[in-house]
Design a protein around this ligand. Sequence first.
Ligand code: NI
Length: 175
Amino acid sequence: MSDAPLPILILPDPRLRQKARPVGEGDGDAVRALAPRMLATMYAAPGIGLAAPQVGVGLRLVVLDLGPREKPAPMVLVNPEIVAASAERAVREEGCLSLPGQFAEVERPARVKVRWRELDGTRREMEAEGLLGVCLQHEIDHLDGVLFVDHLSALKRNMLLRKLAKEQRAKARAE
Ligand code: NI
């Protein structure tokens, strides 16, 4: 089983805007093969979270690692869902491997309760806040074709998307 990094899709790739389908009984082998490759892709980027649509796979699968580099703590979340969110909100700077070089302050619920299954089918549930809470919300958004810029005002979003397009064109010219 290869764990070579996969290419990460960059906006405006339309696959980033599609709603991913739930991982079903028949997807076990595909998901067990994909999860280590997604982790390898995320570490190589480097990043702290990656959702399957970002590598062109329309399945509800997310990988995360918020551990220190010297002590990896990979998480693989199959069919993750937010089952509760606090009324209290918090602001934190976010970026995304699919919008390289772009960062913005995003407001979201301060705490969420998330449910998912592990690769072996075990049901898990956790409450998260801070960086983990943001990361879970950001990655689960990807499964619905939602990107962090969608939480910004139209003005800020358009500025950031224009900057991304300009930088990507400059990068393509340089290559
Ligand atoms: Ni992202």
